[in-house]
Design a protein around this ligand. Structure first.
Ligand code: ADP
Length: 346
């Protein structure tokens, strides 16, 4: 019996509520095999006492029947979930009315992060889930435009902002709150405080998934967001070429430092398909696929480069609103949403 064998066996233990296993999440810290005794050291960061209990039971269910293992001792070290928020004194907390929070991030701008976030939200809603999309990009908000709305949200009696409804998605954007003020003057610690306040003041109506469209890059605002609210995981959007992948790696490293699991990657602009059906890999073939393999994370989908996708983004009618049979890009977004849903149950 070797630690490697035990580690492989533990890949069948899922993190509660996720289809990802505890090994790929990096929670198995140490395995020692002595004659008659196998000790497994696991570390989880959670405030929910059921999580370590379920992991403990699931580990024993897998390990106990193994021959030659002797006594299996599963030791779970439970750590408090939150690090103090950057630039503020507000700790991480879950968002009322929201079951799952998924951050969509990218190492750099222009890779199609907002396009992916918008279409993923629409495609997830089409699976029957209740979905919200929050544009957290103070300096370049685009979600309202992509959903074709210029409506201003109203406040409820508790002074919370009521999200706008568009294309079956509850929508909120930091741009709605600027009230004409130029985002350029909201900088540094002020931007951080503003973001924290914003995230806590929205009256989401019973969401299965809240998609956070993070600003591009790996700065303080991104850290503030993922440390202000309890984010279930992050998805990194990248294009296939090396210069984009370098920045995607930086984004993955940032989430690793603040213990936000990387759920996986989405490769955007993967190829262009001409009318004759030939594919042109303008940014190289398979960069996202290799990157996902390298980091042991899921590649949720590959989204082609497509004129209609850009046009429909500009005109406020995301391509994922089309039936999958009518558009290969819409089909790719619906497959991506199904893969995400299978990974993170609501
Ligand atoms: P980011 O949020 O990463 O800065 P955007 O989502 O704003 O990027 O996309 C940048 C531009 O690229 C937009 O004009 C958008 O319509 C376009 N775009 C994004 N993804 C695709 C795609 N798969 N096919 C065609 N155009 C796309």
């Amino acid at each position: 019996m070797s630690p490697d064998f035990i580690r492989e066996a533990l890949r069948r233990v899922h993190y509660p509520g996720f289809s990802r296993d505890i090994v790929s999440f990096g929670l198995v810290k140490d395995i020692t095999c002595e004659p008659g005794l196998t000790t497994i050291q696991i570390e989880v960061q959670t405030a929910d006492p059921q999580v370590p209990e379920q992991i403990f039971r699931a580990c024993h269910a897998i390990l106990d029947p193994l021959p030659d293992i002797g006594h299996a001792k599963v030791v779970i070290d439970v750590k408090a979930p939150s690090a103090p928020a950057v630039g503020g004194d507000v700790g991480k907390s879950s968002i009322p009315g929201v079951k799952r929070v998924i951050a969509i991030a990218s190492g750099k701008g222009g890779v199609g992060k907002s396009t992916v976030a918008a279409n993923l939200a629409v495609a997830l809603a089409a699976t029957g889930a209740r979905v919200g999309l929050c544009d957290c990009d103070l300096y370049g908000p685009s979600v309202a435009q992509m959903f074709g709305t210029s409506e201003r949200p109203l406040a409820n009696e508790q002074d919370q902002i009521i999200p706008i409804q568009a294309h079956g998605v509850q929508l909120m954007s930091m741009a709605f709150l600027l009230d004409g003020a130029s985002p350029v003057i909201v900088r540094g610690p002020m931007a951080t405080r503003y973001t924290q306040q914003f995230l806590r003041q929205v009256a989401w109506d019973h969401l299965d998934y809240l998609i956070l469209d993070l600003p591009p890059g790996t700065g303080d605002i991104q850290l503030t967001i993922v440390q202000t609210v309890s984010v279930d995981g992050a998805i990194i959007v990248t294009t296939p070429q090396e210069v984009a992948l370098i920045d995607a790696r930086k984004a993955m490293a940032m989430f690793g430092k603040v213990n936000v699991p990387i759920l996986g990657l989405i490769e955007n602009m993967s190829w262009f398909e001409c009318d004759a059906g030939k594919r042109y890999y303008l940014f190289g073939d398979g960069g996202g696929v290799r990157e996902a393999e390298l980091h042991g994370v899921t590649l949720f989908g590959r989204i082609p480069l497509d004129v209609a996708t850009r046009e429909r983004g500009d005109s406020g009618s995301p391509i994922a609103l089309l039936p999958a049979a009518a558009s290969k890009v819409s089909a790719a977004f619906h497959q991506t949403a199904a893969a995400l849903r299978a990974t993170v149950a609501p």
